[in-house]
Ligand binder design. Sequence first.
Ligand SMILES: CC(C)(COP(=O)(O)OP(=O)(O)OC[C@H]1O[C@@H](n2cnc3c(N)ncnc32)[C@H](O)[C@@H]1OP(=O)(O)O)[C@@H](O)C(=O)NCCC(=O)NCCS
Length: 174
Amino acid sequence: MSPSLTVSRIAAQQGSVLRELRTASLREAPYAFGETLEDALLVDPSSFDDTAALHSTSPRLATFLLYTEGHPCGLVHAYVEETPSERAFVNALWVAPAVRHLRGGELLVNVASQWLAQLGVSEVHAWISEENRTAVRFYERLGFGPTGDRRAMPSHEEEAESLFVRHLHPDEDA
Ligand SMILES: CC(C)(COP(=O)(O)OP(=O)(O)OC[C@H]1O[C@@H](n2cnc3c(N)ncnc32)[C@H](O)[C@@H]1OP(=O)(O)O)[C@@H](O)C(=O)NCCC(=O)NCCS
């Protein structure tokens, strides 16, 4: 039987859960992210407490956690840039290997997109490593398409990432 998957916004006291999931994702999928495991391990663990507290209540930044049978097994960040264009993003998406292909990633991105839609945004962006064919296929299946923008990956400058966008429709579940 497939485990049941649920998503909820991080709670203020879940800094250690955030640290555990983030370091697990950087260890398991270092090719996917703009930060390295070493970067995350160098950060004072208390900064994850600060991030959890901020992301639990901020009107512009949120983290959503995926659970299987009550155990945290994935995450995604959602935010609106503090720039005049106020573009909205999802990033740091990761689902633990044991629960992949069960639509947990889709649930995380959809919940994050719905939260962003409630802020009035009509487009959600994601930077995706061009080497990460799985993520490209995953996001394309969810309706994201390339914008044409590219840049060097912050953590691996020899590799490029592409900016993808999904247009949200007001009458449609994101
Ligand atoms: C990308 C990721 C989040 C997908 O999570 P998931 O819970 O397995 O995704 P879902 O079950 O919602 O959707 C799976 C769909 O994504 C695509 N996909 C996922 N894994 C795939 C793979 N190994 N090869 C090809 N397509 C894949 C397929 O379209 C797949 O549909 P299918 O299961 O019917 O074949 C997960 O593979 C992951 O955490 N990867 C490592 C981190 C990462 O790359 N993050 C993205 C950073 S931009």
